[in-house]
Structures are given as C-alpha cells and as structure tokens.
Write a protein that binds this ligand. Sequence first.
Ligand code: ZN
Length: 92
Amino acid sequence: MRKNNGFYLIGMSIINKPKLEVFPPVLTAFTRRVETFVSSGHICPYCNGEGAVFGKQTGAKEYEIDECPICEGCRNLQANINIAWEPDRTNN
Ligand SMILES: [Zn+2]
C-alpha cells in the first residue's frame, strides 16, 4: 500500500486495475486543497507497449514505422489524478 496524502493505492482489483481509496487529508485554512496522485507504469494499450505502430504502406509487405501517437514512443502511460477538495453543498 502506497500513501500519498489523501490517497491510498490499496492494490489491484481482480481485473488488474489499480484501486484507489479517497479520503480528505489533514487540511488547514492555509494548505492547498488540490492533491495530485501519479500512477505510472501502465503499458500503452494502443501500441501494446511497443512504442511504435505501422504507418504508411511502402511496399507489398512493407510499412513505415511511426511513433505511437498515444505514448509518444515511451511505451508506458502514467495517470495524473488531481483531486480538488471543496465544500460539499449537495445536501444543504
Ligand atoms: Zn503507445
């Protein structure tokens, strides 16, 4: 379990997706009420972690190799999760 302010990464669900538990951190009138959690190391689903995709066909069985437009060749993706804490007026 990794702690990052108000977030606990509590492991993987049965379908191997990260699961986050969200709770308010210790806040004061002077603390920033926006938290950022970064979840990295996710294999790019567009190129299956290759970092490249087939581009324009140049011959019978030949293709240009293009950089993956989603991961930009990094092979992995990261999720930047921002949570802004604000007054809950839904039940007032
Ligand atoms: Zn990719």
